[in-house]
Ligand binder design. Sequence first.
Ligand SMILES: [Ca+2]
Ligand SMILES: [Ca+2]
Ligand SMILES: [Ca+2]
Ligand SMILES: [Ca+2]
Length: 477
Amino acid sequence: MHGFARVALMVAGVVGCAPPALAGGDFDGDGRDDIAVGVPNEDVNFVIDVGVVDVVYPRDDGDFVAQRLRRGAGGVPGTPANFDAFGRALAIGDFDADGFDDLAIGVPGKTIRLDVHLGEVDVFYGGPSGLSAARLQIVTRAGLGSGAGGSDEEFGTVLESGDFDGDGFDDLAIASPLETLGGGIRIVRGTATGLDATTGALIVEPGGPFFAEFFGARLRRGDFDGDGFTDLAAANFERSASGLLNVGVTYVFFGSPAGLSPASFATLSQADFSGQVMHENAFFGLTLESGDFDGDGFDELAIAAGASDGSGLVHVARGSASGPVPSTTISRTDFGVPAAPNDSFGSALTSADVTGDGRADLVVGVPGHDLAKGAVAFLKGSATGLRPVRIFAARVEGGAAFDDRFGFMLATGDYTGDSRVDVAVGIPLDDVGAVSDGGSVTLLAKPRAPRMFFTQNVLGVGDVAEARDAFGEVLAR
Ligand SMILES: [Ca+2]
Ligand SMILES: [Ca+2]
Ligand SMILES: [Ca+2]
Ligand SMILES: [Ca+2]
């Protein structure tokens, strides 16, 4: 289990989807984006860390319908087991292009036959009544026809969607820390009947694999060269270089009519950015996000990393016809607040056109801000790129507490259905009443949404917040 335990330690966002214009996922097609929350640490009926996914479908006036997805209940087949970690990763895509968004769910701890924690991906398809329990698709390594894989491969630890071959069907990228022993990414193509789970091309790290690192630990889609084919950014933030540990590296693999090619890529390192030097434990690529911040038709790539003093940085590479070009570096000091070790600036990122001016904006999680009450920083897109606006203090029901780490996880979508982008903030370390780390999700919406806070106590899915559920740790985006 060391793979995802190790990644969980890095306390960043996990995966997601959605280019700037199309943030969020609308599983029931009612025009409001829905909120899918992965709770991989949920225990059910004494099965430990089996995991669930809670989906909130917003309705008018603050009403909502909640749906709990888990194996072996609610019409979903399967026998859940300890440490499945269902919901460790989520990705929204329209894999069958029927107009209803679908949800891919990573189950990296799934034991298959005798292979402990081999992992699988469970895909639920959207429709007029939301995600359908009756139409579950299971994607496995064996099914992809390229070897069965083995114990601790943790297939499905990281997911990302994108139409990498431009055929109109979203495709699914699935990363596993121990495939090839240094991490590998499988690309499963979308079709009119859903994902073609019988084949999955493998991308390994250029020059690698590198033993015990994790190529694919972060994935984000975007069109970084503006050719109309979605590209895939993939980080190995544990890459060692020049004898230094955890320097990190990020690649961009370019989409084409034939899909992503392992041979067509760009490489980005922290030292490529002005004023930055290679250093140990930088974890360059700890979080990735894309967005066309300057509105020129090329997506930018935002890459989080640590500075040598341990404070957080967000590097931005500008999109261009020849791919991403290192451009600027942002830190908490750009907001008039001194950077400090463990401010965790950038450990979560999400982008969408929040202001509605046609350019993508960037929301940066700063969970270490203000003695780890946490905060989010907002940067507005402009013709010259991102412009720091302000840091918003933690907004937590009942008041922000130390170690709430507001901003731990972020997603964007139009959850209120007013055609404006809202921000969902996952606060997994929020105590729910006396329940330690029960977790919550807060919406930041303008105008204010009728309901702004969600915990498992308000969902009505036959469950309540329990200690260390960490609801909000994983948000589909
Ligand atoms: Ca669909
Ligand atoms: Ca496709
Ligand atoms: Ca492209
Ligand atoms: Ca751009």
